[in-house]
Design a protein around this ligand. Structure first.
Ligand SMILES: Cc1ncc(COP(=O)(O)O)c(C=O)c1O
Length: 270
């Protein structure tokens, strides 16, 4: 059994499914068992979460929610996998302690250069307890021996030369403007009944539409009109929430973004 937030990262769902894992979504962090039965919690091997500016929702777990998850993991003995590739991309609010810092003995913290160096660079890092990392080394060796050495040298140079810090400053200012602009456009154009998240960082906004709208069926119509999104239900392990969608705000220039949001609101309205 693997526990996940709901929604959660599509790539993780696909990877867990390829191992035929029993994926059990948690309903939130408020109830004492996060909406999962005692029996399931007892069988859980690990819980996979994206606590900072989640993909797809953009939301961030509060310190109370992180602590509640840590308490649950200590009670039932499961490991926490904290996948945090967006952590460095914070545009407002204050950073929340990592889950790893709350429970270093039972958390694997994952980071990535893909969002802070070059898109799709696909080199990352893992921090965690020695015995879990030892198992990861063995597994990684059997998959691809190790990440390309040239890529590792590039990342090391990127960090030691100070370019990472300079680039982060630029990226944060650039993405913040994009986030604010997309939220302003949604406020201007979206019809009543549509709501969206207000992320403090990351790359995504998550929209909830009226229940009667199915974003999977709507996709072809939107694409023919010239706008693309990812249907939100793909991020729910059980395929539910068909009235949601994920939008990316980091990529498009302002003109295309305005045009896209205008078209999207028309497609939703008609
Ligand atoms: C939550 C999450 N984890 C992992 C990844 C993949 O990271 P990488 O590019 O390092 O493979 C992504 C996005 O691409 C993501 O959103």
């Amino acid at each position: 059994v693997i526990l996940t937030s709901s929604p959660t990262y599509l790539g993780a769902i696909q990877s867990f499914k390829s191992y035929r894992a029993d994926i059990q979504p948690m309903s939130g962090w408020k109830e004492d068992t996060c909406g999962v039965s005692h029996e399931t919690l007892k069988k859980a091997k690990f819980c996979y979460v994206i606590p900072d500016f989640q993909n797809p929702s953009g939301e961030t777990m509060t310190i109370t929610e992180r602590q509640a998850l840590v308490d649950l993991s200590r009670k039932y003995g499961f490991v926490i996998v904290e996948d945090s590739p967006y952590r460095e991309l914070r545009y407002s609010g204050t950073p929340v302690e990592t889950i790893y810092s709350l429970a270093p003995e039972r958390t694997i913290h994952l980071g990535s250069f893909s969002k802070i160096f070059a898109p799709g660079f696909r080199l990352g890092w893992a921090i965690g307890p020695e015995e879990l990392l030892d198992s990861i080394y063995v597994c990684k060796q059997s998959l691809d021996l190790c990440p390309p050495v040239l890529d590792q040298y590039l990342a090391a140079e990127f960090m030691s030369s100070g370019a990472l810090d300079r680039n982060l400053k630029k990226s944060i200012a650039y993405y913040k403007e994009k986030r604010d602009y997309m939220i302003a456009l949604l406020e201007k154009y979206m019809p009543e009944g549509v709501s969206w998240t207000h992320p403090e960082g990351g790359l995504f906004l998550f929209l909830t539409l009226p229940d009667s709208i199915d974003t999977v069926s709507l996709y072809d119509k939107a694409l023919s009109a010239g706008v693309a999104y990812v249907a939100g239900s793909f991020f729910y392990p059980d395929g539910s929430h068909r009235n949601t969608m994920r939008l990316n705000f980091s990529f498009l220039d302002k003109n295309k973004m305005e045009n896209g949001i205008k078209i999207l609101s028309e497609v939703i309205t008609h």
